[in-house]
Design a protein around this ligand. Structure first.
Ligand code: 8IG
Length: 283
């Protein structure tokens, strides 16, 4: 008998255990709360609505339930104008959609786990696929404000990962070719591009945009890549759609401002709504 050993029933509060596994456990708890509050046992597809995408949500249909993120464990309160801290459950055809009207951005300073908490909650709620939308700056001059672009790949310039520990997740074909093809069947005019995530919250300098161009980037924003990585880790299929709301810094000769972003979103809402209505039931 080793008198000093702890009983095997004691909880494991070792530093590694708490750091590595608790985000997934909290997401499981959030999914449980979501089931209770929505009365929906299983959701199929998650949608994360970025800057300018909110008006497009209406097209998906009447929500059967709406939950405040602050009523679920682990969510940071929403911090950005144009982002509403709610989650809706919507029946889109035979698909049960879980729609996040806001996201937590890396620049809010709550850490990477907070940024991907919605994704992990959606996975724990049963979602097999996620539609990640965002508003962003565009590097191609023919992408006028209000142009939707499919994300074909990304460059993560945040120098972080949502994954902690030796879990080596493959990111080849991160943004589903099948779902991109589906979108282009619905709207053949849709272009594709490489999305580059900066930490923000400041926009880029013109020199940084020139760097992005040389790196092979087409779109710049402050979200999406960390969420996509967490979604892939969770085994979800990923569709990424950017709404170009402004020309990237230095391209238009004008300074960037957030009001412009919201206005471009409003204008494009009808087209974005039509696209989501057609795509989501076929995911
Ligand atoms: I909307 O031009 C929107 N979000 N980094 N740069 C970055 N994020 C953005 C931009 C932009 N426009």
């Amino acid at each position: 008998m080793e008198a000093a050993s702890s009983p095997s029933t004691a909880p494991d509060y070792s530093v590694d255990r708490v750091a590595a596994s608790s985000p997934y456990q909290v997401a499981g708890k959030a999914a449980d709360a979501l089931r209770k509050l929505t009365g929906i046992e299983q959701h199929d597809v998650a949608l994360v609505m970025g800057s300018g995408w909110l008006p497009a949500v209406e097209a998906l249909g009447e929500p059967s339930a709406e939950v405040a993120i602050t009523d679920l464990p682990g969510f940071a309160p929403s911090a950005v104008a144009g982002h509403s801290g709610k989650i809706r459950s919507i029946a889109a055809g035979s698909v049960r959609a879980l729609v996040f009207l806001s996201r937590t951005h890396y620049y809010e300073g709550h850490g990477v786990a907070a940024v991907v908490h919605g994704i992990r909650t959606a996975a724990a709620a049963g979602c097999r696929a996620v539609v990640l939308t965002n508003g962003c700056g565009g590097l191609r001059r023919h992408w006028r404000p209000g142009t939707a672009v499919l994300i074909k790949d990304h460059i993560n310039l945040t120098a972080t990962s949502p994954i902690v520990g030796a879990t080596f997740v493959d990111l080849t074909d991160l943004y589903s070719r099948r779902l991109r093809t589906l979108c282009r069947e619905i709207d053949p005019r849709l272009d594709e591009g490489v999305y580059v995530q900066f930490p923000g919250p400041h926009y880029e300098t013109p020199a940084e945009i020139e760097m992005v161009r040389r790196l092979g980037g087409d779109l710049v924003g402050m979200s999406t890549t960390l969420e996509a990585i967490a979604a892939r880790e969770a085994g979800m299929e990923i569709l990424g759609i950017s709404l170009v709301t402004n020309a990237a810094a230095g391209l238009s000769g004008e300074p960037l401002n957030h009001q412009e972003v919201l206005a471009a979103g409003k204008q494009a809402a009808a087209r974005m709504g039509d696209l989501l209505v057609d795509v989501v039931p076929r995911i």
